[in-house]
Write a protein that binds this ligand. Structure first.
Ligand code: C5P
Length: 228
C-alpha cells in the first residue's frame, strides 16, 4: 500500500451535496472517504453508493447493540460495497465474534474495526470505571484483538504502544492528524501525518485540515507531499 492509499478523507460536511462535491475534487489525490452517522442519516445507502463512484468508503457508524442486531447490520453494510466499518468494542466479545462470522458469510472486502474509548472522554468515573481512559483503551483493544476483528481506531498518542502490542496485519486507524499550521479544533491528541505513519498507523482519517481548507485539493496535495 502506498502512503497515499493510507489516507481517508472524513466527509464531515453539512450536506450530502457538499460531501459529493468535496469527494469528486479530492479523489484525484486521496480516493478513500469516511462517512459518519451525520450524513448517513441524511443520505443513507444511496449516498454511500454515490461516494463509491469516487473511491473507497469507510462507514463510521460505530454500531453498539445486542450481538444479533449488530451482526445483521454489519452484514447489510458490507453488502453496500464499503471497505471499512466501525463497531464499539464495548459491545463485547460475543458481539464482535458474531459480526466477524456474518462478515465472512457476506463475503467481499469489508474490514471491521473496533472503537475503544471515545476521544471526548477524559474520565470514566461516571460509569463506575476507576481505571484511566488509556488503561480502558488497552483493555478494550485486547478484547477486540482476541475476538478477531481486523483492527481498532486509536489516537496518535496510543499508536506506538498499540503497534508494538499488536503487529500487522492488525489495523490501526488513526484520527487527530494535523499539520504544523493547522488549527487543532476539538482534537485533543494530535500528530502530523508523517509522524503517525512512522508510529505504525495503517490508515489516517483526516477531516477539517482538508475539507475546511480554502482549497481542499491544494490541502490534500500538501499532505500527499508530506508523506511521500
Ligand atoms: O479533526 P478532523 O476533522 O480531522 O476529524 C477527523 C475524524 O476524527 C472525525 O470524523 C471524527 O471521527 C474523529 N474525531 C475524533 N475526536 C475529535 C474530533 C473528531 O476522534 N475530538
Amino acid at each position: 500500500m502506498t502512503p497515499r492509499e493510507k489516507i481517508i478523507v472524513a466527509l464531515d460536511l453539512d450536506t450530502t451535496e457538499k460531501a459529493q462535491s468535496v469527494a469528486a475534487s479530492v479523489a484525484s489525490v486521496f480516493p478513500f472517504f469516511k462517512i459518519g452517522m451525520k450524513l448517513f442519516t441524511k443520505g443513507g445507502p444511496d449516498f454511500v453508493a454515490d461516494i463509491l463512484k469516487h473511491g473507497k468508503v469507510f462507514l463510521d457508524l460505530k454500531f453498539h447493540d445486542i450481538p444479533t442486531i449488530v451482526a445483521e447490520a454489519v452484514s447489510n453494510a458490507a453488502q453496500i460495497g464499503i471497505s471499512l466499518l466501525t463497531v464499539h468494542a464495548s459491545g463485547g466479545s460475543e458481539m464482535l465474534k458474531l459480526c466477524m462470522e456474518k462478515l465472512s458469510v457476506a463475503g467481499g472486502k469489508c474490514r471491521l474495526v473496533a472503537v475503544t474509548v471515545l476521544t471526548s472522554m477524559d474520565s470514566l468515573a461516571e460509569f463506575g470505571i476507576e481505571r484511566s481512559p488509556s488503561e480502558q483503551v488497552r483493555l478494550l483493544a485486547d478484547l477486540a484483538h482476541r475476538a478477531g476483528v481486523h483492527g481498532i481506531v486509536c489516537s496518535p498518542q496510543e499508536l506506538s504502544s498499540l503497534r508494538s502490542r499488536y503487529p500487522a496485519p492488525f489495523l490501526l486507524v488513526t484520527p487527530g492528524i494535523r499539520g504544523a499550521s493547522d488549527d487543532a479544533g476539538d482534537q485533543k491528541r494530535t500528530a502530523s501525518a508523517s509522524a503517525a505513519l512512522a508510529a505504525g498507523a495503517d490508515y489516517l482519517v483526516i477531516g477539517r485540515p482538508i475539507i475546511a481548507a480554502p482549497d481542499p485539493v491544494e490541502a490534500a496535495e500538501r499532505i500527499a507531499r508530506e508523506i511521500s
